[in-house]
Ligand binder design. Structure first.
Ligand SMILES: Cc1cc2nc3c(=O)[nH]c(=O)nc-3n(C[C@H](O)[C@H](O)[C@H](O)COP(=O)(O)OP(=O)(O)OC[C@H]3O[C@@H](n4cnc5c(N)ncnc54)[C@H](O)[C@@H]3O)c2cc1C
Length: 427
């Protein structure tokens, strides 16, 4: 453990805000001594942060201790009989996917292989989730330390009736309660993936969303809109007949240019959903807010017009709004989890960037993100806490929109298991 007053963050993290922070120090091993040290530290008046994939603005932050799991928690092992995988918290989703591919298995990773365990712990919306469920729905066992330093090792209940409050809390809200070190996950047979990508106009996007809302669960639609609109449909191929059905649906989608339909072996081989101009840029900082809401149906044009207006006044070209499609299995409530917005069909997310260290530009961008949220709330009443913002004034609102009626119980569970609030706040 390195321990100094405040040091320039020595970790190389994917998120630039986190990279540029001045932290209290880094821990690389999680055990009861870590919690004891933190409890005795005069600086532990604020929570510490965990860095798994390091892709969010809360992988490290000014004046915080950081636990970096990326070096010492990299084991993965596969149970050949049960087809389950044990994965430690320093493994990113790309590596998990590559590992499973060797066993002809797969896991519903998200749109990027770079994300770490935070992807699974915060819900995990995959382009395959409509047929497979969320990443948290694949958890069979969860192991780690509560914020009070006590170890936990819980197994998935067999039925809804057997679900404990702790299980429900850890599946979707673990990052507020403790440090997860290891998960046992279900895997699925690896199947080929069909991808459709294209550039769209406003009216084509509207029509694509309309069509996607009546698709079978094996197809999903995502799009990203900044200066231009780029869209991305993904389907998992079950057999030759099914492939023909998917291709038929994909061929019905309108587009302006660059349409490409291709078949790849796994999610890792897919192109990334980006505007093409967001290369890793160490000169800008950003925040992301994920919203959740039902199908747009007759509100389709109204919502898109609102989004267009918001994008017309975005603070700079790196700001954008994108969306992922849920539905199908993500709507099922087989076992209760903390992902309570189960009825969601769309997850639009708002990405706001600004020139690093420029406070007035930061303020302007954060105001724009809030304006987007306020304008879209009527159709997206929920929040997906894939990124948390305890450092921003809207944290209480994002908690309420993410956990709804479950929040008070969750706060009670935190009071029991993390009474000193070592983990990020639930208030
Ligand atoms: C390029 C890109 C694509 C994405 N695509 C998707 C997508 O398709 N679907 C989707 O649902 N999300 C997606 N996300 C969001 C992403 O999954 C979340 O932001 C997730 O929280 C990132 O986790 P991480 O481990 O990479 O990041 P980190 O910054 O390391 O961690 C994120 C948060 O989780 C906490 N945390 C991480 N690991 C642990 C642990 N082991 N124990 C306790 N707390 C922990 C951290 O304290 C932090 O607050 C995407 C993000 C990026 C950057």
């Amino acid at each position: 453990m390195k321990k100094e007053r405040v040091i320039k963050n020595p970790l190389s993290l994917q998120n630039q805000n986190s990279n540029d922070s001045n932290i209290l120090g880094v821990f690389e091993n999680v055990n009861s001594e870590l919690f004891e040290t933190l409890r005795l530290s005069p600086n532990t008046s604020i929570p510490f942060l965990v860095s798994s994939g390091g892709t969010t603005s809360r992988a490290a932050a000014d004046n915080h201790w950081v636990v970096d799991l990326r070096k010492n928690y990299k084991n993965i092992s596969f149970d050949l009989d049960k087809k389950h995988v044990d994965v430690e918290a320093g493994v990113n989703m790309g590596d998990l996917s590559d590992f499973l591919k060797k066993h002809k298995r797969s896991f519903p990773i998200g749109l990027s292989g770079k994300t770490g365990m935070g992807y699974i712990l915060t819900g995990g919306i995959s382009p395959l989730s409509r047929s497979r469920g969320l990443a948290i729905d694949q958890i069979l066992e969860i192991k780690g330390f509560w914020g009070n330093g006590k170890e936990f090792h819980l197994s998935r209940p067999h039925t809804q009736k057997e679900t404990t409050l702790e299980w429900k809390a850890l599946c979707g809200a673990a990052i507020f309660l403790g440090i997860v070190l290891k998960l046992k996950l279900k895997t699925q047979k690896l199947k080929p993936i069909l991808s459709w990508t294209a550039n769209l106009s406003f009216s084509e996007l509207s029509e694509c969303i309309n069509q996607a809302e009546s698709w079978p669960d094996s197809l999903s639609f995502q799009w990203i809109w900044g200066k231009n609109i780029y869209a991305y449909a993904i389907g998992e191929v079950i057999n030759t007949d099914h492939e023909a059905v998917l291709i038929n649906l994909l061929e019905k989608l309108p587009f302006t240019c660059n349409r490409n339909i291709r078949k790849v072996n796994d999610m890792n081989s897919l192109p990334s959903l980006s505007l093409g101009n967001n290369k890793i840029n160490n000169l800008s900082h950003s925040e992301v807010l994920g919203l959740l809401g039902p199908a747009w149906e007759e509100n389709n044009l109204k919502v898109l017009k609102i989004i267009k207006k918001l994008l017309d006044k975005r603070p700079n070209e790196s700001c954008y709004i994108a969306s992922q499609q849920l539905g199908g299995f993500t709507n099922s409530k087989e076992i209760d989890t903390s992902f309570v917005n189960r009825d969601a069909i769309w997850k639009p997310w708002i990405n706001g960037s600004w020139e690093a260290h420029n406070q007035s530009k930061r303020k302007k961008t954060l105001k724009w993100i809030e304006e987007c949220w306020n304008n879209l709330e009527f159709i997206c009443p929920g929040v997906h806490l894939a990124q948390i913002h305890p450092h921003l004034p809207w944290h209480q609102k994002e908690l309420s929109s993410a956990f709804k009626d479950w929040l008070p119980k969750l706060q009670e569970i935190k009071a029991l298991n993390d009474p000193k609030n070592l983990m990020p706040p639930l208030k």
